[in-house]
Ligand binder design. Sequence first.
Ligand SMILES: NC(=O)c1ccc[n+]([C@@H]2O[C@H](COP(=O)([O-])OP(=O)(O)OC[C@H]3O[C@@H](n4cnc5c(N)ncnc54)[C@H](OP(=O)(O)O)[C@@H]3O)[C@@H](O)[C@H]2O)c1
Length: 257
Amino acid sequence: MNLQGTTALVTGASRGLGRAVALHLAAQGVKVAVNYRHQRNMAELVVAEIRAGGGDAEPIAGDVGAAPEADALVAQTESALGPIDLLVNNAGIFRRSSLDEFSESEFSEMRRVNVDGLVYVTRAAARGMKERGRGRIVNLASIAALGTLMAGTTFYAATKAEVILLTRRFAMELGPFGISVNAIAPGFILTDMVYQNRTAAEADALIADIASRTMLGRTGRPEDIASAVSFLLAQDFLTAQVLTVDGGRTDYISHAG
Ligand SMILES: NC(=O)c1ccc[n+]([C@@H]2O[C@H](COP(=O)([O-])OP(=O)(O)OC[C@H]3O[C@@H](n4cnc5c(N)ncnc54)[C@H](OP(=O)(O)O)[C@@H]3O)[C@@H](O)[C@H]2O)c1
């Protein structure tokens, strides 16, 4: 499918991977709703960059993990930019923890945003997609759900395993309506998330360590994920798939001694 002239909602697009996805889609002539939760100024910068390049975009506030806000951000997108053809469920949070330091409130907040948020926004956007008989959805999972054993990511990984399961089940449920649902499982990509809950020195050591155990010898850039999301959105006969985009990190772990 040629994406030119379609409308996309990208959740969590004020920064990081969502921002890169929004810019990449806009460069292909897609009208983009740039959702954010807190950082309106960052979302407005993304929108300004798109408009400066001749594209069409709107900043759309809303917490994906609150059902009424998810409904509202879908409605606002459609009234500003037209019916949603493409949905990228990107908004997500990471809280580092182990079993010993398990925090109920942090786990439930991760699940609220990473899992409930994806369900609420998908439900809201799918209503119109079903009526129109077409739609493309891409969810952001993580290689954490596939078993990279990075310390402190167990409960985050559990939320991303749910994302993978929901991707396949929603693909089943929405396929008869002409809607595809796929996921990307990114590897280690340099965004704000990498620096959260770590000192700069810890983050730098982690980056060097991961790059040394990745087939392509580097960590990922947001654009690496944006081009993969865009690829999935353009496919006509591909659904229920999880595409790992990690420079060969999980395979390095499988194959190295
Ligand atoms: N970076 C990686 O290495 C990596 C690897 C695997 C998977 N992922 C996944 O990729 C996605 C993006 O990650 P990232 O690294 O780009 O994260 P990030 O840099 O921390 O950015 C998170 C984005 O999500 C938004 N957000 C957070 N909570 C939200 C909520 N409740 N409602 C709406 N928006 C919300 C933030 O908005 P505000 O700016 O307003 O706070 C921000 O735009 C996440 O699902 C993450 O789990 C990332």
